[in-house]
Design a protein around this ligand. Structure first.
Ligand SMILES: [Fe+2]
Ligand SMILES: [Fe+2]
Length: 472
């Protein structure tokens, strides 16, 4: 098999023997990790997947049946036309770097490793979901997300191998050694150690947690370190699909919940085999509050340093902002002082994380509005889903030492403990959702708790055989 066949790429891998050897050494370890920790039980089946085989429009979304271990995980950087200058921070308008500047090496490595670690982590979190997929369509989408997270790992490992020498090689190995949820060698970020063993959590993860990824990638896509900027730009094209899987997955669950509520004489969606809307609300509360941590501290000198150094900007830094130095301005931040919620003025650069979180929250609110339209369309007029406040249920940052209700009001701990069962998933809720997780593998059929999607994948009908089981 030629190199282009086994590792499709546009980084001229063939002419860089050192890099090629490093990646060919890493590849079998990756495959071993995939067989161990990737989707359990479907490795021999034929999945209708898209593979990126080049960066142009005709090549980046090539669809065919493929066995997952034979997926061609490639390395692609969005091509650069002409020269680019750094667009923000203290180094604004300097030429971008093609190599890692010595003084930024530690910071950059930390940024890349933290991003990279989330990719295999999510595959590990989702490895048992195939066994209880609500349809073949969803099963295929799950595996598409999984192989693409595998490709994102490749993209980051390429950067480590090519630009970080021996440390990079060690980090690349360590990425295959940590395990989601393992007490001794957990994944770096906490959300990526949460269990995702039923599909409502999977959709919430893809909606909320992966969406954090979009904003992190976006803020790196204008990085002064050009190979990182170009790698993350290409990753974003795939990420959009993951977010859609999450948003529409929740939407279809909401649709079924609302329709079942209307159809039942006691308004009892559970009696109709659906997940009721109050339960969905609890999942939103849990997953949103967990994902929102990923943006880091509200007041952060690290983020200010990354910004100043030209490593990590804001979402759509060039398009949306006029002042790319962010030096003189202030950010008005709600804080708790003397037992009351008031606001404090923070230098803008120390509030970079919070600005990114603002964008994210607005995006999540948009999705919740869509879900509420779905509820209304089903004829249910007295229920609306709500995005909780970013202060609710936090374990990190300035709100972690206090307790808030989902609307963001400061409350005492006793009240929180008393109301927790109404706001967050209980064991009974989890057991109920888990009890619905029965596989539904007949082409075109859906499990009882989810509505059918409006259309199939890439022009294929809904009852297309998206997964061909080998054993059956
Ligand atoms: Fe990813
Ligand atoms: Fe993703």
């Amino acid at each position: 098999m030629s190199l282009q066949d086994s590792i499709p790429n546009n980084v001229d891998l063939g002419s860089d023997r050192k890099l090629m050897r490093a990646l060919q050494k890493w590849q079998p370890n990756f495959l071993e990790w995939w067989k161990d920790m990737g989707p359990e039980g479907f490795q021999e089946d034929q999945i209708w997947l898209r593979t990126a085989i080049s960066v142009d429009a005709s090549g980046w979304a090539h669809y065919d049946y493929v066995k997952m271990p034979e997926y061609r995980w490639g390395i692609f950087l969005t091509p650069r036309e002409g020269e680019r200058n750094i667009g923000f921070g203290d180094v604004a308008s300097e030429k971008v770097w093609e190599e890692v500047p010595g003084e930024l090496r530690g910071m950059l490595r930390r940024i890349i490793v933290t991003q990279a670690d989330t990719e295999p982590a999510s595959v590990e979190q989702q490895r048992l979901l195939g066994k209880c997929a609500p349809s073949l369509y969803d099963l295929r989408n799950l595996f598409q997300v999984n192989v693409e997270e595998g490709r994102h790992l490749w993209a980051m490992v390429h950067l480590l191998h090519q630009y970080f020498g021996r440390d990079g090689r060690e980090e690349a190995e360590a990425l295959l050694e940590r395990r989601s949820g393992d007490v001794d060698k957990p994944r770096i970020l906490n959300t990526f150690n949460e269990r995702t063993d039923e599909w409502l959590s999977f959709f919430m993860f893809a909606m909320f947690t992966d969406r954090d990824g979009k904003y992190q990638l976006s803020s790196l896509s204008e990085s002064g370190f050009d190979p990182l900027a170009r790698a993350t730009q290409f990753m974003l094209t795939e990420e959009a699909f993951h977010l859609a899987v999450g948003e529409y997955g929740v939407d279809r669950t909401v649709q079924r919940a609302a329709e079942a509520t209307v159809a039942d004489s006691n308004d009892d969606a559970r009696a109709q085999g659906a997940i009721d809307l109050p339960t969905i609300q609890k999942w939103i509360n849990f997953w949103f509050s967990s994902a929102v941590e990923l943006f880091g501290g509200e007041i952060s000198s690290n983020a200010a340093d990354y910004f100043a150094a030209g490593l990590k900007g804001r979402h759509h830094e060039q398009k949306k902002y006029e002042d790319h130095e962010a030096l003189g301005d202030i950010y008005s931040m709600p804080i708790v002082e003397d037992g009351k919620l008031t606001s404090e003025e923070i230098p803008l650069r120390n509030a970079i994380n919070e600005q990114l979180r603002d964008e994210y929250v607005a995006d999540c609110e948009r999705a919740v509005r869509r879900w509420n339209k779905t509820i209304a369309k089903a004829g249910l007029t007295d229920f609306e889903l709500k995005l909780p406040s970013r202060r609710f249920n936090r374990r990190m940052g300035i709100y972690a030492e206090h307790t808030f209700d989902p609307a963001g009001n400061l409350i005492d701990e006793g009240t929180f403990e008393k109301k927790k069962r109404e706001w967050l998933p209980t064991q009974e809720d989890r057991d109920y959702v888990q009890s619905l997780m029965q596989p539904c593998y007949e082409p075109g059929k859906m499990a009882s708790w989810i509505a059918a999607p409006r259309k199939g994948v890439k022009g294929k009908p809904l009852d297309f055989e998206y997964v061909k089981f080998t054993a059956a």
